[in-house]
Design a protein around this ligand. Sequence first.
Ligand SMILES: [Zn+2]
Length: 458
Amino acid sequence: MRCRDRDPERVALLGLLVLLTCSLRADNWIDEYRAPAARLISEATRDHFAWNRLALLTDTIGPRLSGTAALDRAIAWSAAEMKQDGLENVHTEKVTVPKWVRGSERAEIVRPVRRPLAMLGLGDSVGTPRDGVEADVVIVHGFEELEAHAAELRGRIVLLNGAFTTYGESSRYRRAGASRAARHGAVALLVRSIGPDGQRLPHTGSLDYAAGVPKIPAAALASEDADMIERIVMRGEKVAVRLKMDAHNEPDVESANVVGELRGRERPDEVVVVSGHLDSWDVGAGATDDGGGCIVAWEALRIMKKLGLRPRRTVRVVLWTNEENGTRGGLAYRDRHRAELGRHVAMIESDNGVFRPLGFGFNGTDQARQTVATIATLLAPIGASEITRGGDGADISPSTRDAHIPGLSLEVDGTKYFTIHHTNADTVDKINPDEMAKCAAAMAVMSYVIADMPDRLK
Ligand SMILES: [Zn+2]
């Protein structure tokens, strides 16, 4: 400010006023965002655009496993639709991805009764020999028990039937169980599905073979079927299972991340990423995991564009490829954008479903957490003001960890996610359109304010 007034008292008074105004503004910077946040929320929740777009994706393209024509179609469709929405710099970025093929598969109890089992082969599993494997089942409930029974596993099928606790804890059985069993000579692994009980649904998901251990075929059983086998064994009978799987890997293929932007009006080189993963497992329709996450991330830009809200910095939507069986999309982004990662202000991922939003998980400095918590107060009208620990996403983590970028994850009501996760029941009808619209609103407000704030998040 230029001051022409020479009277020292008046200058001092004026200075005091300026100081007071500035400090008030520092405390209340968020007030400037109340009106745009209200507009973003209103636009997102005014209709069911997000849900309808997800229904279109999942009904007409369906599940999108890496290496399939369906994923290619979804990539092309998303890019074309983003252009239609008026997003800028829409393009795809090439990523080489693995191609695992399930083929036909089945499992059945052959003794003491014949009963088909509700099963799904685990992603990345090898297949069985052409005629399948048939062997008596040894039941264990965790890795300690598996080791304790090591001498009994040779030539057997191991059923790892540990109760579901949390995804983080229980998914270790799915990931590491095959190699733990193979180390002691088991010929196949059956694992209790990773999810709460109910509906007799097997849940697929990827496994990790340990180096130097024979690769044995592995499949998930519906929890009800795993319990049935255990009941028969508890009655003192031996259970023999026959497993036949054609699963195999084919050479890597080309896929892509889809990228679209709303270029920043003042600092276009600084970027806020909003994202979800476009690939899915090959069962169900990949609606909750993670078509919904893709759409609500994309909605943030579509809605800003529609309302004419162009933030100071660039907001970039990224639809990742190959989260489920490789995370090659997230890794390729980190490598390709390494030179500009230092100008990434924040990266947001939605991969917990698009149920009733609660807020965001955050990973970053305490100061940035405070700022994000202040922004989240704007989400009180939709009940999404919580900022919790977390903020990791499988696809953003390679970048956020390497370049110390603040990370956020959309957090939602978690009671339904793991009942349908990686199953044939992952279809759009499980998603409430109003809840999904609120998720889109939360993504829009959070990304808009972070991208527009005068000071960079730090
Ligand atoms: Zn996912």
